[in-house]
Ligand binder design. Structure first.
Ligand SMILES: NC(=O)c1ccc[n+]([C@@H]2O[C@H](COP(=O)([O-])OP(=O)(O)OC[C@H]3O[C@@H](n4cnc5c(N)ncnc54)[C@H](OP(=O)(O)O)[C@@H]3O)[C@@H](O)[C@H]2O)c1
Length: 210
C-alpha cells in the first residue's frame, strides 16, 4: 500500500507517518516543509507555494491513500492578524489540497479505488472567537471535499473531525496553552481510526467525529 501524507514534521501527521511506515507492505511518502530526516521517503516542500507545487512531479508512486493533514493557523482578534498570515492560512489549509489533488490526478498518481482522508475539525460544528480565518479555511475545505466526493465516485473520501489534540496546534494562540478543559482526542485515536478505514476493520460514515 502506498500512502502520501502532508505535514509530517510534527503532531498528527508525524504520528501517522511513523505508524504506517512501520507496517509491512506499506510505503509512506512524507511531504513536509524541511527535510529533517534524511534517508526517509520525504518530499521537502512548503505547501503555501501553490504555484510551485507542480515542481515535485512526476512522483514515483501511485497512491492508495492520500492523507491531507498540513495546516497553519493564527488565533487572535481579527484586526491583529495580518494579511500575510491570512493568505498563508488559506494557501496551506485549502488551496494546497485543491492543487495537490488536481496534480496527482493529472499525473496519474492516484490508484483506482484510493482513499482520500482529510484532517478536518470540530470547528465545523462550533464557532470559536478569534478563529475566523482558520474556520473559513476549514469550512471551504469541507465544501471542496464534499462536492469532489460526488464527482470522483471511484474514490472513498473521509473527513476526520478531532476535538482538541495535544500538538503544536495552539502555538500561535495568545497564551500558547492547550485548552485542557475542552474534550480531547489522542493522536493514537486518529491513527486507530485511519488504520481501521484502511484495513476495513469497521465501517465508517464519510464524516467521522473523534
Ligand atoms: N491539534 C488539534 O487540536 C486539532 C483539532 C482539530 C483538527 N486538527 C487538524 O489536524 C491537522 C494536523 O494538526 P496538528 O494538530 O498535528 O498540528 P501541528 O503539530 O502544528 O502539525 C502541522 C503540520 O503541518 C505542517 N505545515 C504547516 N504549514 C506547512 C507548509 N506550508 N508546508 C508544509 N507543511 C506545513 C507543519 O510543518 P512545520 O513543522 O514546517 O510547521 C506540521 O508538520 C490539521 O489539519 C488541523 O487543522 C487539529
Amino acid at each position: 500500500m502506498n500512502i502520501l501524507i502532508t505535514g509530517t514534521s510534527s503532531g498528527i501527521g508525524e504520528a501517522l507517518a511513523l505508524y504506517f511506515s512501520n507496517q509491512e507492505d506499506t510505503t509512506v511518502t512524507w511531504i513536509e516543509r524541511v527535510d529533517r530526516k534524511s534517508g526517509w521517503n520525504i518530499i521537502p516542500f512548503d505547501l503555501s507555494y501553490i504555484s510551485k507545487l507542480e515542481t515535485i512531479f512526476p512522483l514515483q508512486s501511485t497512491y492508495d491513500v492520500i492523507i491531507l493533514n498540513a495546516w497553519v493557523g493564527y488565533f487572535d482578534t481579527f484586526e491583529e492578524i495580518n494579511s500575510e498570515n491570512n493568505t498563508e492560512t488559506i494557501h496551506t489549509n485549502l488551496l494546497s489540497n485543491i492543487e495537490l489533488l488536481r496534480l496527482l490526478k493529472k499525473h496519474n498518481n492516484i490508484a483506482d479505488r484510493a482513499m482520500i482522508i482529510t484532517l478536518w475539525s470540530q470547528a465545523s460544528k462550533h464557532f470559536y472567537v478569534w478563529w475566523a480565518v482558520y474556520q473559513a479555511s476549514k469550512w471551504w475545505l469541507r465544501g471542496f471535499i464534499g462536492s469532489l466526493r460526488k464527482e470522483w465516485k471511484q474514490y472513498r473520501f473521509y473527513l476526520i473531525h478531532p476535538q482538541i489534540v495535544a500538538t503544536r496546534f495552539f502555538r500561535n494562540t495568545k497564551d500558547g496553552v492547550i485548552p485542557s478543559h475542552l474534550p480531547q482526542t489522542k493522536k493514537e485515536d486518529i491513527t486507530e481510526i485511519i488504520n481501521n478505514i484502511l484495513h476495513w476493520v469497521k465501517k465508517y460514515d464519510w464524516e467521522i467525529d473523534c
